[in-house]
Design a protein around this ligand. Structure first.
Ligand code: ADP
Length: 267
């Protein structure tokens, strides 16, 4: 907070008034600081894979390409890093779109139960055999108006994290609960968990509990930040609950907008 003072003086010299103007500069400063941090983070995140790729390419150029045992391994590293960079740039573009003011959701009515099953089915086909999926999704239809592509991205990010951080033989539970005016969707895993102090921070851009581990698993540190923006754009909320070494649950809500529907029926 910055204050400017003006003293109101009469010709006689007596002070008979005081104007205090308070400017709330903290908010603007916070935005500026966050923007600077974001740019620094992006630069760092891009430089890391580029530096790795450069040194592997140099080694190949200097003769490693002729070594049949080493060359394929080096090329694989370069490929993995390139793929992660592409993911990172795609995530950044996604966030920048979500940040822009004229951003619009492309909503349509879907039966959430059926839709959620379809999203999970896709992961069920590709997941490793030692992870079990448990679905606690109501049989009855739950109609809700969402941007299907965007919510699919939210679920993709949450589910791929649950798989990434699951131990061998772990169970992942998918739930949907229908309340009066919203649904609560959750994905629980039995993985490493998130320390209490980090629970809210994991939704911040580039925040990771364990940087090295996230990188090794191919993460960009933006998955949950994107999920948060999309859920908020839908009028919902997102949060995490976790017990270290026991598991994590990511919850998000989506409003049911029943009032609107009732209005239509009234007409
Ligand atoms: P990342 O690409 O690193 O996974 P996210 O934004 O998706 O980025 O997640 C941010 C961080 O939150 C992760 O790096 C990890 O530390 C933590 N995290 C997210 N989901 C889980 C989970 N299911 N179990 C444990 N930690 C998690």
């Amino acid at each position: 907070l910055r204050a400017s003072l003006s003293v109101i003086q009469k010709e006689t010299g007596f002070v008979n008034g005081l104007i205090v103007v308070l400017h709330d500069i903290t908010e603007q400063e916070k935005i500026d600081r966050e923007r600077r941090e974001f740019v620094a983070n992006v630069s760092h995140e891009l430089r890391t894979p580029l530096t790795t790729m450069k040194s592997y390419l140099e080694a190949l150029a200097e003769g490693a390409w002729q070594d049949k045992a080493i060359a394929p391994r080096f090329i694989e590293v370069i490929q993995t890093e390139t793929e992660r960079m592409i993911r990172l740039v795609n995530d950044l573009l996604q966030l920048s779109k979500l940040d822009s003011k004229d951003y619009k959701l492309n909503k349509s009515w879907v039966n959430f139960s059926e839709y959620f099953h379809k999203v999970i089915d896709r992961f069920e086909l590709t997941k490793s055999e030692n992870i079990t999926f448990v679905r606690k999704i109501p049989k009855e239809a739950i109609f809700i108006e969402i941007d299907e592509d965007k919510i699919t991205q939210v679920l993709d990010n949450i589910i791929s994290n649950a798989i990434k951080y699951s131990p061998q033989g772990g169970k992942i539970t998918f739930r949907v609960r229908e309340l009066a005016d919203e649904i609560i969707v959750s994905v629980s895993d039995e993985g490493v968990g998130i320390p209490k102090a980090d629970l809210a921070k994991v939704f911040e851009r580039f925040y990771r509990v364990d940087k090295a581990r996230s990188r090794k698993l191919g993460g960009t540190g933006l998955g949950l930040a994107i999920a948060k923006e999309v859920v908020i754009a839908h009028g919902g909320t997102i949060w995490a609950e976790s017990k270290e070494h026991k598991g994590t649950t990511i919850f998000f809500t989506l409003p049911l907008e029943r009032d609107q529907k009732d209005d239509w029926y009234d007409v």
